[in-house]
Design a protein around this ligand. Structure first.
Ligand SMILES: C[S@@+](CC[C@H](N)C(=O)[O-])C[C@H]1O[C@@H](n2cnc3c(N)ncnc32)[C@H](O)[C@@H]1O
Length: 231
């Protein structure tokens, strides 16, 4: 098994402009990398989102996660996969890949740390592909490319799991705060309010899309499987 691949990948413009202050900062990344803090700043949603993500993964599967996360989300997936699982973690930021490699390389031998842009296609095929809170950070064209790439990366019988923001219900008391935050800091996030994830692909008819929402519709989980062909 190939381990610790370390190409130098170019940070995309959307990330440089809006998110590099966090993802390229070792100090801030270390500071925020705590479950209790993440629970606090996400109004307690962090823990639940990790749970609904982990339940999609089964022992021994070959799994891909697009984008490093903070807190214990990656560890929970690795624990669920067990020692016979294979867990590729892909991130465009070498800083994040180094951080996560340092944190987990001796704890979870199933983890492979890969520095590359996930929008680009790969030969590898996976039972489960996780895209956790990444789509809302991407402009529409990149988001479309990524979704299409991930759909083509499933192994037969495999699935892609998207966990991300959704349009909160009108009565959700946090709706106004999120809207304000989006307008100030997350310019691409609200396009996920107006358009379903499946509508970013022209091939949506070839797949089954199962959507669930959480926390007054503030978050969504979409599980995508390829439809079985009749011939
Ligand atoms: C998973 S997302 C959101 C993480 C979120 N803040 C959390 O912990 O819940 C952030 C990660 O995605 C990575 N990323 C952004 N665009 C990417 C791309 N095109 N390919 C691979 N990784 C990407 C960023 O470098 C960053 O480490």
């Amino acid at each position: 098994m190939k381990k610790n691949i370390n190409n130098i990948s170019k940070i995309p413009p959307y990330q440089k402009e809006y998110y590099s202050w966090l993802y390229e900062s070792k100090i801030l990344s270390k500071l925020i990398d705590r479950d209790w803090l993440l629970n606090l700043i996400t109004f307690g949603t962090h823990k639940k989102l990790i749970n609904i993500c982990t339940e999609e993964v089964y022992p021994q599967q070959k799994t891909l996660q697009v984008g490093v996360t903070f807190g214990s989300q990656l560890a929970r997936i690795a624990e669920r996969l067990g020692v016979y699982g294979e867990f590729d973690i892909v991130d465009v930021s070498a800083t994040q890949i180094r951080r996560i490699r340092k944190k987990y390389r001796f704890l979870y031998p199933s983890m492979n740390f890969i520095n590359r842009d996930a929008v680009n296609r790969t030969e590898n095929r996976y039972n489960t592909i996780i895209c956790y809170k990444l789509l809302h950070e991407m402009p529409l064209a990149t988001r479309t490319k990524l979704i299409n790439t991930l759909l083509s990366t499933m192994s037969p019988g495999g699935k892609v799991v998207f966990i991300d923001y959704n349009k909160p219900a009108w009565w959700n008391p946090l709706r106004i705060f999120i809207q304000l935050y989006n307008r100030l800091y997350q310019p691409f996030s609200e396009s996920l309010w107006d358009k379903e994830i499946k509508d970013f692909t022209t091939a949506k008819g070839q797949f089954e899309w199962k959507k669930s929402t959480y926390f007054g519709k503030m978050y969504q989980k979409v599980v995508v499987r390829r439809k079985e062909t009749l011939y």
